[in-house]
Design a protein around this ligand. Structure first.
Ligand code: G6P
Length: 369
């Protein structure tokens, strides 16, 4: 096992550090900005179903569901197709409406999650075409879907999903860009720009991983907190959900992720001088809005930890701790802004003496209902 951990103390931290490589592996042979190559062999003849889809329904559970939420923003922005993101367990039991022209995308690291599998079977029985985004080759979900693409992140052992999440985002972005290109909802120039940005993600993830030591200091400061709030807007809203999920899964600290603006409809009541609030506040189209959300938290004496874009000189002045990530196109930022949150939850869990790779009550893959 020590050999499998490759010198790391836990699988989770090994897998967090593998992301530079796993994202690259995921794009290998599929994406090349210089030649304009963008292909996913597994989409096969069904790709036109996506191009002509009236609606995309994404079904998933857990972290994969969060990847689906990011994809919702991405598909809607670049493909102009309406997207709904469903918890597989809810979808399967409520007699969902599936019309001709609806296409389903199922996301699953293991490819064995019982609820996701059942949701697929149901959608299939109603005539839907199903695409799978799976990590485990030959898994049940990979086999039952009509078409799909593997994430190629390599085996993920830690129960808390990390590298599978960023690989899911990579694949979903590639699918969306293929569809947008065929549909003509993206200009060639914009497509090229995004392909270049995608290719640069591994080196930006690498930079984000260098924050490790700095994040240990933040972890040390807040390891005894009883609650955490994670706030983000736009593409960083699902990142907030994922950051909160990571923390509760492995450190057993109660954490909630929320869209930053929705805070005033509830969570703001929780804020006092003991409440750590993590803002994912990178420079994007909602930057000014989130700055005022930070002010609202400050006014109530909340302890602000901010994830910002390198060179930001405003938010650090309002934050007790600032973590700088490299600049990235906002639609691709989740692949980078999620890294410090993975590291934060990992270090807090280790400092609290938790079993990070096998947290209590959780399973790597939930194959029963
Ligand atoms: C379990 C795992 C999570 C995972 C979820 C969905 O809860 O602990 O890490 O996100 O299942 O699993 P899947 O394999 O379908 O992505």
């Amino acid at each position: 096992e020590a050999i499998e951990k490759g010198g790391f103390e836990h699988f989770m931290i090994k897998e967090i550090f593998e992301q530079t490589r796993s994202i690259k592996d995921c794009m290998r042979g599929r994406l090349d900005s210089q030649t304009g190559r963008l292909v996913l062999g597994g989409l096969r003849e069904y790709v036109n179903k996506l191009v002509n889809a009236d609606r995309i329904i994404i079904v998933a559970c857990g972290t994969s569901w969060h990847a689906g939420l990011v994809a919702e923003y991405f598909f809607e922005e670049f493909c102009r197709i309406p997207v709904e993101v469903e918890y597989a367990s809810e979808f399967r039991y409520r007699n969902p409406i599936i019309r001709e022209g609806d296409v389903v995308i199922a996301i699953s690291q293991s490819g064995e999650t019982a609820d996701t599998l059942a949701a697929i079977e149901l959608a299939k029985s109603k005539g839907a075409i199903i695409f799978g985004v799976c990590n485990v080759v030959g898994s049940s979900i990979a086999r039952t879907t009509h078409a799909g693409a593997y994430t190629h992140a390599g085996p993920e052992i830690g129960v808390a999903s990390t590298k599978a999440f960023t690989a899911q985002l990579t694949v979903l972005n590639m699918i969306a860009l293929i569809v947008a290109n065929k549909k003509g909802t993206i200009t060639e120039q914009k497509l090229h720009e995004l392909l270049v940005e995608m290719e640069n993600i591994p080196s930006k993830v690498e930079k984000a991983l260098q924050l490790n030591e700095q994040i240990q200091v933040v972890a040390e400061t807040f390891k005894d907190a009883r609650n955490f709030l994670y706030l983000g807007r736009g593409y960083n809203f699902p990142v907030a959900l994922e950051g909160a999920l990571k923390l509760k899964e492995i450190s057993y600290i109660h954490a909630e992720g929320y869209p930053a603006a929705e805070m005033k409809h509830g969570p703001i009541a929780l804020i006092d001088e003991e409440m750590p609030v993590v803002f994912i506040a990178t420079k994007d189209s909602s930057y000014e809005k989130i700055v005022s959300n930070i002010q609202e938290v400050k006014a109530r004496k909340g302890r602000v930890i901010s994830i910002v874009t390198e060179g930001d000189d405003l938010i650090p002045k309002m934050s007790e701790f600032t973590i700088e990530v490299p600049a990235v196109h906002e639609a691709l930022m989740p692949m980078v802004s999620t890294i410090p949150l993975q590291l934060l939850s990992y270090h807090i869990a280790v400092m609290r003496g938790c079993n990070v790779d096998q947290p209590r009550n959780l399973a790597k893959s939930v194959t029963v209902e």
